[in-house]
Design a protein around this ligand. Structure first.
Ligand SMILES: [Zn+2]
Length: 85
């Protein structure tokens, strides 16, 4: 009877220790994923030179060193620049 109780206590301690370790690991993994996501070059935001809207670099158009949200805004911006010259 005593041996069974000791086994139960050991099992419970191991179980809670494992649970705690698992939770710590999950938090650590989430923190790591957050920091890597923020630091990656994929999710960088750029600003449309015409309408000043912010959008992901992947969805933006690049022309003459400027970013644009659509080809339409790129054309408008370049048209405006042409008049200035
Ligand atoms: Zn735009």
């Amino acid at each position: 009877m005593n041996l069974l109780l000791i086994r139960l206590i050991i099992f419970a301690v191991l179980f809670f220790a494992g649970l705690k370790l698992y939770r710590m690991y999950r938090e650590w993994k989430l923190e790591r994923e957050d920091s890597t996501q923020a630091g990656s070059q994929g999710g960088q935001m750029v600003r449309c030179a015409w309408c000043q809207v912010h959008l992901p670099e992947d969805d933006a158009l690049r022309d003459k060193g400027q970013w644009f949200c659509t080809a339409d805004h790129r054309d408008k911006y370049l048209e405006e620049r042409k008049h200035e010259d």
